[in-house]
Write a protein that binds this ligand. Structure first.
Ligand code: ADP
Ligand code: ADP
Length: 218
């Protein structure tokens, strides 16, 4: 059974905007799927439905993951907390003991290359570093499904290339299923084993492409 499944999903907003039409998607365990398409075709709406932040008007959204994490374009960090305490938040909410929380947060920050920056506040970090904190916070929960909404869209190109490499490495290491929204075809092809192409208003899936040279899972 897929980790994430959409079956004939349509979304109509109360304003009358039809954002999605007849969308069917499977994301299998450990699979990295990108969704590309032009601005306004419904990519964010699709991700919000997958995240359970909004409901489908027609069809079904089925999530078979005990833990789901999200990463949005703006690294939505708590400015008054240090990097480490931003990452610890997940454990605090889940009632994990302080020492264990601290250990997991340090490990997650090290994984994203932020060892030594644990005690800095977000405002003193660069855009790329803030995104790294956001990714560490998403991965510290050991999600089975990770949802990304254009996480690197606001970064400069060099930082974006570094972050793509970083995310690919974390994916190899952690083995979560991922749905990654982007309007960059090159980013989608680099990151994922499957690229879903969305188009139109309302948005539909118009192509489903296997990327044949994707990285073998170790
Ligand atoms: P994308 O992420 O591909 O840019 P969106 O999912 O943000 O597209 O938007 C798809 C369409 O739905 C757009 O026409 C947008 O204006 C509309 N839309 C998105 N969210 C809402 C909302 N909460 N209420 C009304 N219309 C919305
Ligand atoms: P993105 O480009 O990532 O889709 P947007 O700027 O389109 O971001 O949307 C930001 C937020 O505003 C989202 O939560 C979306 O649902 C909401 N939104 C987008 N379009 C509309 C709209 N026409 N009416 C109401 N809310 C909207």
């Amino acid at each position: 059974t897929p980790t994430l499944a959409f079956r004939g999903v349509a979304k109509v907003f109360p304003t009358g905007t039809r954002a999605l039409e007849d969308v069917s998607i499977d994301v299998r365990a450990g699979e990295f799927v990108s969704v590309v398409g032009p601005s306004g075709c419904g990519k964010s709406t699709l991700l919000r439905l997958a995240a359970g932040l909004d409901g489908a008007t027609e069809g079904e959204v089925d999530v078979r993951a005990s833990t789901t994490s999200f990463v949005f374009q703006e690294a939505t960090l708590l400015e008054w907390r240090t990097a480490r305490r931003n990452v610890e938040l997940v454990g605090e909410l889940a009632g994990v003991a302080a020492a264990e929380r601290r250990r997991r947060a340090a490990e997650a920050l090290e994984l994203v290359g932020l060892a030594g920056f644990e005690d800095q506040h977000p405002r003193s970090l660069s855009g790329g570093m803030r995104m790294r904190v956001s990714i560490a916070r998403a991965l510290v929960a050991e999600p089975q499904l990770a949802l990304f909404d254009e996480p690197f869209g606001a970064l400069d190109e060099i930082t974006r290339l570094k972050m793509q490499t970083e995310l690919q490495r974390l994916f190899q290491l952690k083995g979560f299923a991922a749905m990654f929204i982007t309007h960059s075809i090159s980013e989608a092809v680099y990151l994922s084993s499957r690229v879903l192409v969305m188009s139109g208003r309302p948005g539909r899936i118009v192509d489903d492409i296997e990327v044949p040279w994707s990285y073998p899972r170790s």
